[in-house]
Design a protein around this ligand. Sequence first.
Ligand SMILES: *Cc1c(COP(=O)(O)O)cnc(C)c1O
Length: 387
Amino acid sequence: MRPDPLPESASRPVVTPLSPSVVYASDTPDMLDSQYEGGLSGYTYSREGHPNADVVAARIDRMEGAPNPGVVTGSGMAAVSAVLMGCLSSGDHVLGGNQLYGRSLRLMSEDLPRLGITTSLADPTDVDAFAAAIRPETRLILLEAVSNPTLRVADLKGIAALAKKRGILLAIDNTFTTPAALSPYELGADFVIHSVTKLLAGHSDVMLGYVSAADPAMAERLRVFSVTTGMVGSPFDCWLAERGMLSFDLRFARAQETAAKLADHLAGLPGVQRVIYPTRTDHPDHARAMDLLGGQGCNMLSFEVAPTRAAANALARAAEGIAFAPTLGDVGTTLSHPASSSHRALSEADRAALGMSEGFFRVSVGLEDSDALCETFASAVAAAHGA
Ligand SMILES: *Cc1c(COP(=O)(O)O)cnc(C)c1O
């Protein structure tokens, strides 16, 4: 017989048990029938759902104020794909922000057209540009509130009003801004997407995504599509993500506080040509950022030193203890260099148009002591300055 019965305990565990079981046994065919028909709730096969995924989904649902139960997927990109491929049909047009996450852009340019879904991009800081890009067949708008890595802040309120007026679905990828800084459903979003991999799980040891919908029928489509295409996240990853999310509020508050301090510190250093952080008055979208994010700046900042590869190499080498790695949202501060990583496929002229030179760096601020972090960056910038 398997499994052996669990030892009896009148008291309950305080930590969510890890449930790696792929299959769940029902007592009788009648019972299984009733489970499939929805008369009884119960798990059957873990691709269709398992307790650890449901616990994570419910927690993010609460954080987002999601009107319907969301779905946890095996990655953030699976969540983006669930919306774009699970809820749209051939003939539909998707309009995206022109600085979306790189793989989301690739899904729009490479894969959706193959399925007969056309796509185009517009500048989300310019609501008129978005209005002009709408076509009769435009069915969905995909946006991120804060762009990566130039941290431009979208006119989300303007575009949400436009989408509503024109009867277009609005999907918001809230990965960067998190539910602590932005509530997409309050702004009228139809879908909220997360890469749980980043700030929500927060420890760079889990890859997961999340998606939910305002409309119950769309929520059901997301669920069914994610089950059919096998997007499910593993129980262990969900278990780790839940553990990480227990400290999300504290981590996010602390990282923001340090990011604001580091941004101001960097701005005062010789050799730093530009600092981008939403709460700084010199941010190009400062007023909109303050309004949209309620005075929060999030944990990401970008800055620019002399625009040469030599200066960039010197900076990365001298940033001791800072992982030079193209991810974000980890407990440790990470440094990324778009010209050699996320944006390496662009020509130098295209990068320049986006405001990204060889000297442009993006920082995901973690939980280190802020004074120590400022010192580390001062040394790194000095090394770049001398290079
Ligand atoms: C990382 C990221 C994704 C993709 O998430 P994965 O978990 O890496 O698949 C999507 N959107 C944004 C904004 C991201 O930063």
